[in-house]
Design a protein around this ligand. Structure first.
Ligand SMILES: [Zn+2]
Length: 309
């Protein structure tokens, strides 16, 4: 009797201690989910809502999910040869940031005519970057598996002349939650084309993506990042809302930077390409390793671009 009672007591004491620790852990997770490593935001005195303790059982389940999630991500990071486990991004913002055209990237009448904004960074205080991958030449199944297992979000900007070799590959990508966006039908230098031809390139790709994948993209990226006033007019007519360019480009063996400080910044859009050993000295997973190792080492998480637009 005594032994059983003692065991029960010590077990219940242990349970209480574990729950107290979990309550602290859950609080910390919520705080870090909001603020992460960015500048600390303190509520005004007296404005902080009292923390409600969730029921113990729910807290146990929550902690269980947290540790299972961390274990799965740690195992995936090890399997794919990353130097450290990628950081988790904060939850999508409740209020989306105002996206405006970057200074020096405007065309005549840009704002007055409501043309889609052209930008290279999303305004945010969170230490996050966005990964965008262009064209569609390399269709490596290992890349799809890697991104799914690591749970790294990214956005694809597709050109039909490459995608049409295997529409099914990008359907699998879409089924993993990746947004498929517009990068024209044939990847031309758009400013050399007439308005009508630009419209055909952009609207034509909108039609392909809608027909094959069920959704008309809101995002369009002009090939080589080159555009003129006609490009943005045509894009608007085709239903495009945003024209994201990029701040950095990651290759299999190096990074390139747009800014003078040669560094990452909160909200930066990073460009890469679907390329394989025929195009550069490595595979898609090699490129992703280079991308994630730097991003994680500098305290950044990878967030989903569409969540911020
Ligand atoms: Zn391209």
């Amino acid at each position: 009797m005594r032994v059983v009672r003692q065991t029960d007591k010590s077990r219940s004491r242990r349970h209480m201690a574990v729950r107290a620790a979990l309550a602290v852990l859950a609080g910390a997770a919520i705080v870090s989910g909001c603020v992460q490593d960015g500048p600390e935001v303190r509520p005004a005195p007296g404005q902080q809502a009292p923390l409600k303790a969730p029921p113990a059982r729910a807290l146990d389940r929550y902690a269980g999910r947290l540790s299972a999630d961390l274990a799965a991500r740690a195992a995936a990071a090890k399997e794919w040869g990353l130097k450290s486990v990628p950081l988790r991004p904060p939850p999508p913002p409740v209020r989306k940031p105002d996206i405006v055209t970057r200074e020096g990237f405007e065309v005549d009448g840009h704002a007055e005519q409501g043309l889609p904004p052209v930008f290279t960074t999303v305004p945010t205080e969170h230490r996050i970057v966005f990964l965008t991958i262009d064209d569609g030449a390399e269709k490596d199944p290992a890349f799809l598996r890697m991104m799914k297992e690591l749970r790294i979000p990214y956005s694809a900007f597709l050109s039909d002349y490459l995608v049409n070799e295997d529409y099914g590959y990008f359907k699998r990508m879409r089924d993993h939650g990746v947004a498929l966006n517009n990068h024209t039908l044939t990847h031309p230098y758009l400013p050399a084309l007439s308005y009508e031809d630009q419209r055909t390139e952009i609207c034509g790709m909108q039609d392909v993506i809608e027909k094959r994948y069920g959704k008309r993209p809101a995002l369009f990226r002009p090939p080589f990042g080159n555009y003129d006033q006609d490009t943005l007019h045509a894009a608007k007519e085709c239903g495009v809302k945003y024209v994201p360019l990029w701040s950095e480009e990651v290759f299999v063996d190096h990074w390139e930077y747009r800014e003078w400080d040669q560094d990452l910044h909160p909200g930066d859009i990073v460009l890469s390409h679907f390329r394989g050993p025929e195009d550069w000295q490595g595979t898609m997973p090699d490129m992703i390793r280079r991308f994630l190792d730097k991003v994680t080492a500098q305290g950044y998480a990878v967030a989903r671009l569409e969540d911020y637009l």
